[in-house]
Design a protein around this ligand. Structure first.
Ligand SMILES: Cc1ncc(COP(=O)(O)O)c(C=O)c1O
Length: 406
């Protein structure tokens, strides 16, 4: 079903201001609908207490709403049990819960792709330095698609974890996760998906994927900023060492010992971002109401239009597969001889088009490809329209002409 963007846009206060932006920086952070803002306010206005500790009625309300948010997120991703959902600040923290918590032996191997966000690269580099694990990179095909043959060649019994970006923020490409997970499991390896860019845009069925860990951020899918989650299979979470410990992570202490709480409490130390979790749940409701398949289709249609519209700009090179249908809602490009920072700054000044420029926290890929300036990236979401795409295509043509002449 085609999205009713007029109706959707009416829910987003920033899009109903005097001069609304053409907001194309959704891979970084999406905008928030009034429904999410209202839910955050509801917490601060109606029950601004803490969950799980006090027995008074306000605390019970927080507990009810916080637990309800966890269950809602669990059902959205079709996870087996709400105790397998740990609220975190973001994807980065979720990945760190696993990277710091896993018991590796020296020379155990962790496999990633060659286009990981720093959040799924640095944690493994740190563990290599500290504990002698081996971090190995599966290089992509020339067109930046996943090289399954190379992956299969690199899979051995030494690989303990395959930790990969599900949908890349670099170019929007999605790896064939189901097949990767099956192969990894055949070798006895666990799999973690960095779902920061997949969760907001495509159906994630955790049970069907049979993934062991899945990390994502609420603020990339209409939720409040600074909230995310880690899904982990119960038995695997129970095996992780909590790295952030203190209040709520234990059920009892003496001066010489402690008893850890069960799941998920042992991973949620101290008072939590209750408004964030409750707002995340409201965001999940909003996404569910629009329909995730409708969202994927809408983004793809806009990306096809953008890709077609810019193909004749001289010196423009798209990062990743040329075929827009392999890049979801992301169009990342460089233009020969023009800095991506200059392009996005002029697009903002001339036409209020808001995009991202630089390495997008995937420095390793840009360094390996000798593109020190990075790229300009347009990323769309549910409220973006064909008219905005037209504005973008026209403005980009003018900006490139301007730099060519000056
Ligand atoms: C693929 C990917 N992984 C991880 C992250 C980190 O997300 P966060 O900053 O919410 O932790 C991002 C953010 O852009 C991302 O795109």
């Amino acid at each position: 079903m085609a999205l009713n963007t007029d109706k959707i846009r009416a829910d987003f206060p920033i899009l109903n201001s005097g001069k609304p932006p053409v907001y194309f920086d959704n891979a970084c952070m999406t905008l928030r609908p009034q429904q999410v803002i209202d839910k955050i306010c509801e917490y601060y206005v109606e029950y601004p207490g803490c969950a799980g500790r006090s027995l008074h009625s306000m605390a019970r309300m927080v507990t009810e709403n916080y637990n309800g948010a966890r269950e809602n997120v669990q059902h959205f991703f079709n996870a087996g049990d709400s105790s397998e959902i740990i609220f975190t600040r973001n994807t980065t923290e979720a990945i760190n819960v696993v990277s710091r918590g896993m018991n590796f032996k020296k020379d155990d191997v962790v496999l990633t792709t060659d286009r990981e966000h720093n959040s799924n690269l640095v944690p493994w580099l740190v563990r290599s330095e500290r504990d002698g694990i081996k971090h190995k990179v599966v290089e992509s095909n020339v067109d930046n698609t996943f090289d399954m043959a190379r992956f299969e060649d690199m899979m051995t019994r030494d690989v303990k974890l395959v930790s990969m970006v599900h949908t890349s923020n670099l170019d929007g490409y999605t790896i064939p996760a189901e097949k990767i997970i099956k192969i990894a499991h055949d070798y006895g390896a666990l799999v973690m998906l960095d779902g920061a860019q997949s969760a907001p845009h495509k159906k994630i069925d955790i049970k069907k994927l049979d993934v062991d860990f899945f990390a994502c951020s609420g603020h990339k899918m209409l939720g409040p900023s600074g909230i995310g989650m880690l899904y982990g299979k119960k038995e695997l979470l129970s095996d992780l060492n909590p790295h952030n410990v203190g209040g709520d992570t234990v059920i009892d202490t003496t001066y010489s010992g402690y008893k850890l709480s069960g799941l998920p409490e042992r991973f949620e130390a101290g008072l939590q971002d209750y408004a964030g979790a409750i707002g995340f749940s409201a965001a999940v409701d909003y996404v569910r109401g629009i329909g995730i398949d409708n969202i994927s289709r809408h983004e793809l249609n806009l990306n096809k239009l953008m890709t077609l519209g810019i193909k004749d700009i001289s010196g423009l090179d798209i990062i990743g597969p040329g075929d827009a249908s392999l890049r979801g809602g992301i169009l990342s490009f460089s233009v020969e001889g023009i800095s991506p920072h200059d392009i996005v700054m002029l697009l903002d000044q001339s036409s209020s088009i808001m995009m991202r420029s630089g390495a997008h926290c995937v420095h390793s890929w840009f360094n390996a490809h000798k593109l020190p300036n990075g790229s300009a990236r347009a990323s769309v979401y549910i409220y973006n329209t064909k008219d905005e795409v037209k504005v973008f295509i026209e403005a980009l043509g003018k900006v490139v002409d301007f730099f060519r002449k000056n």
